[in-house]
Ligand binder design. Structure first.
Ligand code: HEC
Length: 290
């Protein structure tokens, strides 16, 4: 097997192993970063929803107290304001979602669908859980969700959510007596669920990965070409010439011109040795002739 072929086989093997290892490490890092970014986005939105809720109960609710005696204003309900804030947000960012999903909600739009009901059941079975995260496919693309349980944390909730009789009349006029009752204290009735799209950050990670791998591949190919040229110019070509010279001398062409190579490297040393050998041979032949 030729020297250049051997060298290239080893180089291609190292090239492939190096590229695969770099690819594995860089994709793991890039994907983890993208997932961290997605989770951070989702948690930020969850905190925004909690802030909208807190604002409603601490600032809006007291202002509407008198008017609530005459008509029920849903603007005073924290769950309503958080949902409305997100509905506005969704006009611009359609793939994002927020839902106060409840198994037996006051407002039917909050009714939990299949996968949300599953999460609520898991929260009910594991009361110490404070968060569940996961991925799922939606019609608008893959999506990541963060869910937190909704607990009936205070007896004040029961005024409107326990029985029809206890509920304010104005509320019944608006929502009717059918839904949103029968909640009990400390019960997990639903889950706050934030959904954020994963396609954009993951696509960005894929793009960064492709560019990175293409540049690493490009650099390795350039290194391969340069090493091949060096090997050819510094070793293969001079050795070829030397072996040709030695061949001709061995076949009796003692008068051919000196093989010149001035460099002090190993090939230079070899060429000088062969030249000396030829001189010794010529002298020996002369001695034999005389
Ligand atoms: C003054 C009555 C009232 C009180 C008190 C009240 N809620 Fe509500 N709650 C409502 C109404 C009305 C809605 C429906 C709002 C809408 O139209 O989205 C609602 C909606 C909700 C929702 C969204 C799901 C659904 O049922 O539509 C959750 C969750 C919720 N309430 C939890 C609580 C908790 C927890 C408390 C106690 C901290 C509480 N509520 C106290 C009246 C009340």
């Amino acid at each position: 097997m030729k020297l250049l072929l051997k060298f290239n086989l080893v180089f291609v093997l190292i090239f492939a192993i190096g590229l695969a290892a770099t690819g594995f490490v860089s994709w793991t890092l890039l994907e983890r970063n993208a997932r961290d970014e997605i989770a951070q986005n989702a948690r930020l939105l969850m905190d925004t929803a909690l802030a909208a809720r807190a604002y409603t109960s601490s600032q809006v609710n007291p202002l509407l107290e008198t008017q609530m005696k005459y008509t029920f204003l849903p603007q005073s309900v924290p769950a309503y304001s958080a949902t409305e804030v997100f509905n506005d947000l969704r006009k611009k960012h359609t793939e994002y979602g927020y839902k106060e999903a409840v198994l037996n909600p006051t407002n039917p739009r909050n009714r939990a669908v299949d996968w949300e009901a599953d999460i609520i059941t898991r929260f009910r079975d594991n009361t110490q859980w404070s968060e569940v995260i996961g991925d799922r496919d939606t019609p608008t693309g893959p999506s990541f969700y963060v869910a937190r349980p909704i607990r009936v944390g205070s007896a004040a909730c029961l005024r409107c959510h326990s029985t029809v009789d206890a509920a304010p009349k104005t509320m019944l006029e608006r929502y009717g007596p059918a839904n949103g009752f029968g909640w009990t204290l400390n019960d997990v009735v639903g889950a706050q669920i934030i959904s954020v799209p994963t396609k954009v950050p993951l696509d960005r990670a894929k793009q960064a990965f492709t560019v990175f791998m293409a540049s690493v591949g490009g650099v390795l190919i350039i290194i391969g070409i340069v090493l091949n040229l060096m090997l050819w110019a510094m070793v293969i070509r001079p050795i070829g010439k030397l072996s040709n010279f030695a061949d001709r001398v061995s076949l009796g062409e003692l008068e051919i011109p000196e093989f010149q190579r001035k460099s002090s490297d190993e090939i230079g040393m070899l060429s000088r040795s062969i030249a000396r050998m030829r001189t010794s041979m010529v002298q020996a032949m002369k001695m034999l002739d005389s």
